[in-house]
Ligand binder design. Sequence first.
Ligand SMILES: Nc1ncnc2c1ncn2[C@@H]1O[C@H](COP(=O)(O)OP(=O)(O)O)[C@@H](O)[C@H]1O
Ligand SMILES: [Mg+2]
Length: 292
Amino acid sequence: MIRREWEAVPESVREAVERRVGSAVLKAESVDGGSNADLAACLTFVDGRKYFAKGVVLDRELAPFHQAEALVVPHLPRTVAPGISYEVPSEDRWRVSVFDWLDGRRADLSPGSPDAWAVMHTLNGLHRRGYELPFVAHSLADAWNAERPWEKFKVPENDPDPVRAWFKKHHLTFKQLELTAIDAMVGSLPVHNALCPKHILVNGTVKFVDWTGTFKGSAVVDVARLIPHLIVAGHTPESAEQLADEAEAWSNLSNRTKTALATSILGLHLHRGHSVEITDATVEWAQYRFNS
Ligand SMILES: Nc1ncnc2c1ncn2[C@@H]1O[C@H](COP(=O)(O)OP(=O)(O)O)[C@@H](O)[C@H]1O
Ligand SMILES: [Mg+2]
């Protein structure tokens, strides 16, 4: 999807945002890196305030996710997520959410960087204080159970590729582990479900953005889904898990459940056709878990 510049957003929508904020836009800079929103921009207003505006055309398949984000974010503590300052509903079939602007850089998850450690501690804070999302988000365990990626996996026949041969050899076990992982996902805490460097902004503290894919579930899911990103950033599976151990939700799990999460996250990446980079990192992690 090609993002629109602020100037290319319908005038009625821009005027509605300015009316709602109570000031005119002085400067608009598009923010790169995301993929879903039609508009993602840093807006500086004449009165000096700065906001992050994210807009979507309502006919799009992704529009419900933006609506879901607007429902969830007010329930999250400001210590982990930017607040939504204004909601600008349908004008010319658009909706725009205006968030507090976070002046941060994207997280560096590479070995030696303190960011990953800080991310685990931010997650601990969120989980310990129990910010349940009982009514405003769907259950991740139910959604995963409906998708069951390994159940749907087409087993490759006589494939010489050693990784695909490994999938074939253990397919039955992966299907069983998927059920164990789904059990471990049950809960009512917020699961961001897409934590990665571009959704983690660091500036003294760590904050998470883009809550469009949030579910309610177990605290462990965000920790587990970060492990492949740590591997992409240069960690070994072992050093990535050492960092994950900083998060209580992960360190308290049994070995079987950890392995079940690794292989199930791999199943999801394969099923959804996620990037080769993240899929390969998850294969590395799942093989490390499975073979150790
Ligand atoms: N409140 C915010 N303040 C500053 N930058 C933000 C904020 N929210 C998101 N961003 C930046 O904008 C990018 C795109 O936003 P995101 O919410 O991920 O939208 P999408 O993925 O739908 O394009 C993020 O990757 C992040 O770098
Ligand atoms: Mg995004």
